[in-house]
Ligand binder design. Structure first.
Ligand code: GLN
Length: 456
């Protein structure tokens, strides 16, 4: 803890941390020592980590990367945080993210960007950019993140770390500040699939305080992974595994360096015994308009609670209640958040609901069905995480659609609620990391982690 706190301090230019909780970390370390002395051998006991600032925590303030929540302190811990605490992990603080998790580069944080440790002129991805930067720069061995449309997988890819977004419902959303509730999922970012398996086992599980939590028995993903490995041949651990390659995930527009790194990774998977099969996800392109209708629609509803009455920021001067609401929201929210609230309000409004929101919901179902057709022919799906390596800070300019288009390969699994992973798959242009995405069927985190572990 002492070493990492010093390291975090020396690397503060990365902008990875929004809050450092040195006192809390030392106290948690002493508690972990006491548990160990008493014979406790829990695998995560005493493991230092840090949390995306979208999870509410008692020990440190929670901002969701927004001015709206500056100085806000929650009276309770998010379920994911409480479970990781109970497992003995030590929180060193809270990590930077795009405001309310809206973004793909961590450039939408009200507290400044987080930087990519591989090239400080580039973004670490987003919205869990601080989590990815912190793990990649070895400030912490692991971090929590959330993924609504790619926010664990894409930053993991941009920084060369491993991340998993589990099946929707595996991790409780209780205490995770809501962006788009039907898509939001928590997950870990860490150095390896094996670490992710340990973390996910501790984070996940049914929670009656989240109405969409999956009612399943607690899972030990790490044990499942080791069991799959033990039953497999040492030289060809993936023998019999069919990996589907959707042709829409390898378009001509995919950057050549990304394509090259992926092809090399796929031939590694073949050497490990996997067979590659051609499949199709014909509505891949449509996942962009579908997501950018559904996510803002849900966000416009979720963010209505930030009105200056109960939480965080309130305008200093106003004439009446309506004026207080308006000024509070005008001052508290950043440009991207306001844009999404407006889009969401528009697509849900009378006369436009059927044309946009309802259509998007129908297409969402078709996208999920397309995956099930693929899974008739394969066990896992592989493809890129993003169409390019990490871009330069400011490169997207003021055109938000540019960033939206770069979400094309992560949105389909999000809309379908399927588990997805990002694994380091070598390097592309400018020596920047490239991520390999693996997508599994519902609740197939065990086989997904086994494949990822064998690959690593
Ligand atoms: N980039 C996507 C967005 O801006 C996804 C963000 C996320 O997964 N939280 O909405």
């Amino acid at each position: 803890v002492t070493h990492l706190l010093a390291r975090i301090d020396s690397q503060s230019r990365l902008g990875a941390f929004l809050q450092i909780d040195a006192e809390g970390a030392h106290a948690a370390a002493r508690a972990a020592d006491a548990r160990r002395a008493a014979g406790d051998t829990a695998p995560l006991l005493g493991v230092p980590m840090a949390h995306k600032d979208i999870f509410v925590t008692v020990d440190a303030p929670t901002t969701a990367g927004s001015k709206m929540l500056a100085g806000y302190r929650s009276p309770f811990d998010a379920t994911v945080i409480a479970r990781l605490k109970a497992a003995g992990t030590i929180s060193l603080g809270k990590l930077n993210c795009d405001e309310f998790a809206m973004g793909s580069g961590n450039e939408n944080s009200a507290y400044g960007p987080a930087l990519n440790p591989w090239d400080l002129g580039r973004v670490p991805g987003g919205s869990s950019g601080g989590s990815a930067a912190a793990v990649a720069a070895r400030l912490v061995p692991a971090a929590t993140g959330t993924d609504t449309g790619g926010s664990i997988r894409q930053p993991a890819a941009f920084t060369g770390v491993t991340g998993i977004k589990p099946t929707y419902g595996v991790c409780s959303r209780y205490g995770m500040i809501a962006f788009a509730s039907s898509l939001d999922q928590a997950g870990p970012l860490a150095r390896s699939a094996e670490d992710c398996a340990l973390l996910l086992s501790a984070m996940s599980g049914f929670d009656e305080r989240d109405s969409t939590s999956a009612e399943r028995a607690p899972q030990d993903f790490h044990a499942q992974m080791l069991q799959a490995r033990a039953g497999a041949s040492a030289a060809r651990p993936l023998e019999g595994l069919r990996i589907g390659l959707p042709k829409e995930f390898f378009p001509a527009t995919l950057a050549a360096d990304v394509n090259g790194a992926l092809r090399a990774a796929l031939s590694e998977l073949e050497k490990l015994g996997a067979t590659l099969v051609d499949v199709s996800l014909p509505r891949t392109e449509l996942s962009i308009p579908v997501y950018y209708i559904i996510a803002p629609a849900e966000a416009s509803s979720n963010l209505s609670r930030f009105d200056g009455v109960k939480f965080g920021h309130r305008a200093a001067q106003y004439t009446d209640l309506l004026d207080m609401y308006k000024k509070t929201r005008a001052e508290g929210f950043g440009a991207e958040v306001k844009r999404r609230i407006m889009i969401g309000t528009y697509v849900l409004s009378h006369g436009y609901y059927d044309a946009y929101y309802l259509q998007a919901q129908k297409l969402r179902r078709m996208i999920a069905d397309d995956f099930q057709r693929c899974f008739a022919d394969c066990d896992l799906i592989a493809g890129p995480v993003a169409p390019s390596v990490a871009w330069k800070l400011g490169e997207q300019g003021d055109d938000p659609v540019k960033a939206y288009l770069a979400d094309i390969f992560t949105l389909p699994a999000s809309l379908a609620g399927l588990p997805g992973m990002s694994l380091p798959a070598g390097f592309g242009e400018h020596g920047m990391p490239v991520g390999l995405q693996l997508i599994g069927n519902y609740f197939a985190e065990g086989p997904l982690l086994h494949a990822a572990h064998a690959f690593q």
